[in-house]
Design a protein around this ligand. Structure first.
Ligand SMILES: [Zn+2]
Ligand SMILES: [Zn+2]
Length: 444
């Protein structure tokens, strides 16, 4: 039994994990990341590249007949984004739940590629036999509809793959976190727990998505003019929160940016959007009084072509912002994006448009979707795996995760990076740099 990450271990982004057993492989997630390194033209740096990249899949495409299937745990770009570009190299069935399947179908339709991907829709608690792997989907909480953890059973050992998660008692979308299926795992003799490390360096417990409702409502209540909120377009819970606030504060909610309209469309199609919450056509925003406007916009990371950048440059088609309006960043600053976000803020402030950043605000206006130390400790205590395998993090996060596992009574941990072969059964060990890895550009 092997675990072999091709992407997402030793870095945050472009997850591509392989599990190997009995001459076959199972892929878990197939995501992208953004290359923000300096673009050089004629020897001169001309700004960040913004290339969309993913893990080099050569290792598995060379033996694609041994790939039994691909599982997508949830619809975040770092888990699903590369699949439309890479699937033709694998040509095997894709297993995922309804919301993620809907997002995938929309991506394929948009790209026009539309290959006939066999998508097998799975429900919570369902088990699928994929080659020599028996996989069970467990409902968990994160920052997107239908996040799932996996239990991968084989004849030589059982793996618990957490995927992205947090413990959220009120996630706004989906059921509250329920510890019982995880407590039950201790009786199943879990060999390895492959676990999200993103926030392992943070003490305590993550903030519940519900707390953002109160913080954002207070801010929006006190705002005089238009309010535009920048947030990740996949965060349906935050969008529902904002739609509720619009209703309670006499504003109309509109969505600036295609990816926001797309995810709300997918949420409506799969029953995740409350029917009483209205969204108006972005085109109508320009005809409303300023105090009636609440818009959500793409581009909270300073992406040059997204709605927030266009609003900052006053070149957005549907509306112009004026002095006295407010722009709220209901998101984190992803490391590497500090400069473009700073430029965006300067542009707004130069026009006397107020800006509010999550890190600097006295109100809670963003909640992370990943577990802090206390949550990791609880999960290790419930599952009691023999080995902890930290993933989904940079070295510093994975080392912190391994330390928490140790404190929680897990006797061994394996910390490595992309291309390392994690041997889980019959012997436990790690073969460093067993497979050559890298990244490929899929969109410039
Ligand atoms: Zn992720
Ligand atoms: Zn995620």
């Amino acid at each position: 039994m092997w675990f072999l990450p091709l992407g997402g271990t030793g870095e945050i982004g472009m997850n591509m994990n392989l599990y190997g057993h009995d001459h076959q492989w199972l892929m878990v997630d197939c995501g992208v990341t953004f290359d923000e390194s300096l673009k050089v033209v004629d020897g001169v740096g001309v700004g960040p590249k913004h290339d969309v990249v993913c893990a080099d899949p050569s290792f598995i495409t060379r033996q694609k007949e041994n790939l039994a299937g691909i599982i997508i745990t949830h619809a975040h770009e770092d888990h699903i984004g590369a699949l439309p570009y890479l699937w033709h190299r694998f040509k095997c069935p894709v297993y995922t739940t309804a919301y993620t399947a809907e997002i995938l179908r929309r991506k394929l339709a948009r790209d026009g590629s539309n290959p006939n991907i066999p998508i097998i829709e799975v429900k919570t608690d369902e088990t699928q036999i994929i080659g020599p792997f028996e996989v069970k989907w467990l409902n968990i909480t994160h920052s997107i509809p239908e996040p799932h953890a996996l239990v991968i059973n084989t004849s030589v050992g059982n793996i618990f793959h957490t995927a992205d998660w947090k413990i959220d008692a009120n996630p706004v979308v989906g059921k509250p976190f329920d510890p019982s299926p995880f407590k039950a795992l201790s009786k199943q003799d879990i060999l390895a727990m492959v676990c999200d490390s993103t926030n392992a360096t943070r003490a305590g417990h993550s903030i519940s998505e519900f707390q953002c409702y109160q913080g954002l409502k207070q801010l929006i209540d006190s705002a005089k003019g238009r309010v535009v909120v920048g947030c990740f377009s996949s965060n349906i819970a935050r969008l529902i929160t904002l739609a509720k606030i619009a209703k309670r504060t006499g504003r109309y909610l509109s969505l600036f940016g295609r990816s926001l309209q797309n995810t709300v469309g997918a949420a409506k199609a799969t029953g995740h959007w409350p029917e009483d919450l209205e969204v108006i056509d972005s085109y109508h925003t320009g005809y409303l009084l300023p105090e009636e406007v609440l818009a959500v916009a793409t581009g909270s990371q300073g992406e040059p072509r997204a709605a927030l950048s266009r609003l900052a440059q006053d070149s957005f088609r549907d509306v112009s912002l004026d002095a006295g309006d407010t722009v709220i960043f209901s998101s984190i600053i992803i490391p590497g994006n500090e400069k473009p976000i700073e430029n965006l803020i300067k542009r707004f402030n130069a026009r006397n448009i107020k800006t509010v950043l999550a890190d600097e605000s006295e109100y809670t206006i963003h909640a992370s979707g990943h577990p802090c130390a206390e949550e990791l400790q609880l999960m290790y205590g419930w599952v009691e795996p023999q080995v902890a395998v930290p993933t989904h993090g940079e070295q510093v996060h994975m080392i912190a995760n391994a330390a928490i596992a140790k404190q929680s009574g897990v006797r061994r941990s394996l910390t490595g990076k992309n291309g390392d072969l994690f041997m889980l059964a019959p012997n436990i060990g790690i073969k460093r740099e067993a497979v050559s890895t890298g990244r490929i550009v899929i969109q410039q």
